[in-house]
Design a protein. Structure first.
Length: 312
């Protein structure tokens, strides 16, 4: 991954109102991330509704994104979807053939929830052995359950030389600091934090950057924070941005990803709010009003921090 601190969006998948993948919308969305200054792209992730995509759709969307990125930034994508490790290894190889830079393993799909750390570690090493020299990464995805990699486990995995990326969702800055301490000498590895409540603390501790759903509302704000979190003359503005993320956390997660697609519509991106995900709640008038207020609150923050949006 790029060693410069940066923001890697967890990409949405736009759909047409009939439920088909909207590749024109995906083009516009990818261009938005790139124009905002994203340091990389995480395709085929939970925000992409990866579990609701077919294998062919996963491959097709990742190919589309890789073509649009055109080598400007690295692209990573999920390659493990459960079952025997040999089966998961086969899809890792298949998705790596799309020319992505690393394949992401979902920690909760590499062992059952009841399985011990030893079983998880054995399965991961089996995956490493069965995927030749393919660069891998890990994502502590909350679905089907969240399995957090311990600092010691991460240090050992990174020491293999095969692990280049880790999206961390432990929500614990002390664990983040320990993970960073145990991987600090790795030349081609980056830990990207998903928890925006301690974003500034994580960046100051040495995280490679941020990879979070908030980038599907205002990617330029994430880029700004990665660029200026340590700027001595902007610490008041940095504090405002950090508090904004804390205050707006619940609003951005409720009925997600529908709400993010609605927000992007308000920004001027011509995509549908259609989602294939179920059980996320109802996008009703109350939820819509909260997102409308978020839009206004961000407009105010932009003026105070002097940030330009990519789209009007």
């Amino acid at each position: 991954m790029n060693t410069k601190k940066g923001f890697i969006p967890v990409m949405l998948t736009p759909f047409k109102d009939n439920g088909a993948v909207d590749f024109d919308g995906l083009t516009k969305l990818t261009e938005l991330y790139l124009e905002a200054g994203a340091a990389g792209l995480f395709a085929n992730c939970l925000s992409s509704e990866m579990f609701e995509l077919s294998e062919e759709e996963r491959i097709a969307t990742v190919k589309h994104i890789v073509k649009l990125a055109d080598g400007k930034v690295p692209v990573v994508a999920t390659g493990t979807f459960g079952g025997e490790i040999a089966k998961q290894a086969d899809f890792v190889k298949r998705i790596y053939d799309t020319q992505i830079d690393a394949v992401i393993g979902i920690t909760g799909l590499l062992a059952e929830e009841k399985d011990s750390d030893e079983v998880f570690e054995a399965n991961v090493h089996s995956l490493l052995q069965q995927t030749e020299s393919i660069p891998l990464g890990f994502y502590e995805c909350p679905v089907p359950y969240k399995r957090v990699i311990t600092p010691k486990q991460l240090g050992n995995l990174v020491a293999t030389g095969r692990v280049t990326y880790h999206k961390d969702t432990c929500l614990d800055i002390k664990q983040i600091e320990e993970k960073l301490a145990l991987t600090k000498n790795a030349a081609n590895f980056g830990l990207y934090d998903a928890y925006m409540v301690h974003a500034v603390a994580s960046l100051k501790a040495g995280s490679a950057g941020l990879s979070c759903i908030q980038g599907n509302y205002f990617p330029e704000l994430l880029v700004w924070l990665c660029n200026h979190y340590n700027s001595s003359n902007l610490q008041n503005e940095v504090a405002l941005v950090q508090q904004f993320f804390i205050d707006q956390m619940d609003v951005m997660h409720d009925v997600y990803p529908t709400v993010a697609k609605y927000y992007l519509q308000k920004r001027g991106l011509q995509i549908s709010t259609f989602t294939r995900r179920t059980g996320i709640g109802e996008f009703n008038a109350e939820v819509k009003a909260k997102i409308d207020q978020l839009f206004e609150d961000y407009a105010s923050l932009k003026e105070r921090v002097n940030i330009d949006s990519v789209l009007a």
